[in-house]
Design a protein around this ligand. Structure first.
Ligand code: CP
Length: 312
């Protein structure tokens, strides 16, 4: 088994072999999650803290279920009821939680780099659950797991990522991961939300959605992150929908067996039509199911090995 890390901060730190180790490990945990008794004793006695400074449905819940299915104890840190609202600093918050002898911190924060900062001084394992507009590595790993489940391989696949790439940590992690595994990645959206600099990550750009989805194997729609947009990036929502919403007519241009992905939360009738979101081509809820298995694999690989010489 190839995996030798103390923290999971970003996809950049992983080799293709390590990514495959995570996906292979997640296969067995998916089987556990589908049993009537969804529990194994792997992390009994370990303590994990969910530390979310931003809202979350999928990531937070799936990490909680993942920890519980591995028999770990999990503490859901309640930000609004914590001393952070009295002005306690991030560093002091972490140091105080660590004083209670925890083993791992799962961190979501609006500041890019927050999990990296925490990992620079804390003793626990740190898992990045989404930092600002930077990375969301566990989302990219569950997306890769879902792609492999549906397509069996990555090399040569055409994956189109559509929407607000500029503010998307999901897009950045996915581009890095998919390029490492040999897929072709095409970004599409308004030029103000798909900056040319993204080409440096190995992504092609096509600002025309009809052209971009041509012969695609998978289309990954992204949520418009209006809460992170400090200015107007496109003239109106109506115009955005006209040019960048995935409709059944547009989807016909992709391969017959193409799949539709979305990290959630979805805005029905904005990023994609409601019919497509619920269609047989959509794997959106499979992504959610796979998220628990992939996060169980990550917790197991980071915390489970007794004799591992973890380096980063
Ligand atoms: N995909 C994702 O990160 O969803 P949540 O914000 O609900 O965790």
């Amino acid at each position: 088994m190839i995996f030798n890390h103390k923290h999971l901060l970003g996809i950049n730190q992983l080799t293709p072999e390590e990514i495959m180790t995570i996906l292979d490990t997640a296969e067995s945990f998916l089987e556990v999650s589908r049993r009537e008794i969804k529990k194994v004793p792997t992390l009994r006695g370990r303590t994990i803290v969910n530390l979310f400074f931003e809202p979350s449905t999928r990531t937070r819940s799936s990490f909680e279920l993942a920890a519980k299915r591995l028999s770990a104890d999990i503490l859901n840190f309640n930000l609004l009821a914590s001393s952070v609202v009295k002005g306690e600093s991030l560093k002091d918050t972490i140091l105080n939680l660590e004083a209670m002898n925890i083993d791992a911190l799962i961190v979501r924060h609006s500041a890019s780099g927050a999990p990296h900062f925490i990992s620079s001084f804390c003793k626990s394992h740190v898992i990045n659950a989404g930092d600002g507009t930077h990375e969301h590595p566990t989302q990219a790993l569950l997306d890769a797991f879902t792609l492999r489940q549906e397509k069996k391989h990555f090399s040569g696949l055409k994956i189109v990522i559509v929407g607000d790439l500029l503010h998307s940590r999901v897009a950045r992690s996915n581009i890095i991961l998919l390029r490492k595994l040999g897929a072709k990645v095409v970004g599409c959206g308004p030029p103000s939300l798909v900056p040319p600099e993204f080409k440096s990550l190995g992504m092609e750009i096509n600002y025309n959605l009809d052209e971009a989805v041509e012969r695609a194997d998978a289309i990954m729609m992204l949520r418009l992150q209006l809460e992170r947009q400090k200015k107007n990036f496109f003239p109106s929502l109506r115009e955005y929908i006209t040019h960048f919403s995935l409709t059944p007519q547009r989807f016909k241009r992709a391969k017959k067996e193409a799949i539709i992905m979305h990290p959630g939360p979805i805005n029905r009738c904005v990023e994609l039509s409601a019919d497509l979101a619920d269609s047989v081509h959509s794997v959106i809820l499979k992504q959610v199911e796979n998220g628990v298995a992939v996060r169980m694999a990550i917790l197991y690989l980071l915390l489970g090995g007794k004799d591992r010489d973890a380096t980063d």
